[in-house]
Write a protein that binds this ligand. Structure first.
Ligand code: NAG
Ligand code: NAG
Ligand code: CU
Length: 161
């Protein structure tokens, strides 16, 4: 049937996403990007990696997003170099590892806490060494394949019902 080919393409794409695990982080979760949210607390315990995205959701009338360096972040330098994002829903894809700093340049918002610091890692951290030693990589590859198989099996069930 003609409908089957697109389903298999969708399954393959979803499996690839499941294996690579790229994540869209909604900055501030449901609160979004605004005053009164502690973004240090929000970022705590999250792992940001290359390929993930930050989604800044905010009222463009009152806020913006400027990517700055560490010193400008610390001093809340609202005239730091760079062009602020102003769409109200900015998706920032993390393309390189390292530390990233974002501030709102409106009023005293940065001083009040509208500032986000994250540390982007190159990829998902290596799993703990396997007890038998030396097989970490192949064990990891097997678990990724296993995950893909589970996703495909699940989707196949959905398609058949
Ligand atoms: C945000 O929370 C951190 C601890 O997670 C704290 O050190 C910091 O002072 C808080 N910032 C504000 C602006 O309250
Ligand atoms: C803020 O950034 C601008 C542009 O880089 C720079 O000229 C200025 O000295 C900075 N101000 C502070 C207080 O660091
Ligand atoms: Cu603001």
């Amino acid at each position: 049937m003609a409908a089957k080919l697109p389903f298999f393409i969708v399954m393959a794409v979803l499996s690839a996403i499941a294996v690579q695990g790229e994540t869209d982080f909604q900055v501030g979760d449901d609160a979004g990007w605004k005053l009164g949210v502690n973004y240090t607390t929000w970022a705590e315990g999250k792992q940001f990696k290359v390929g993930d995205s930050l989604v800044f959701d905010y009222d463009a009338q009152y806020h913006n997003v400027l990517s700055v360096g560490g010193a400008d972040f610390k001093s809340c330098n609202t005239s730091a170099n760079g062009v602020a994002r102003t769409s109200g829903k900015d998706v920032v894809t993390l393309t390189a590892p390292g530390r990233k700093w974002y501030i709102c340049t409106k009023g005293k918002h940065c001083e009040s806490g509208m500032k986000l610091f994250i540390d982007v890692v190159a990829e998902t951290e290596a799993p703990a060494p396997s007890p038998t030693g030396g097989e970490g990589n192949s064990a990891n590859a097997i678990s990724s394949t296993y995950l893909a198989a589970v996703v495909i099996a699940f989707l196949a069930m959905v398609v058949m019902h």
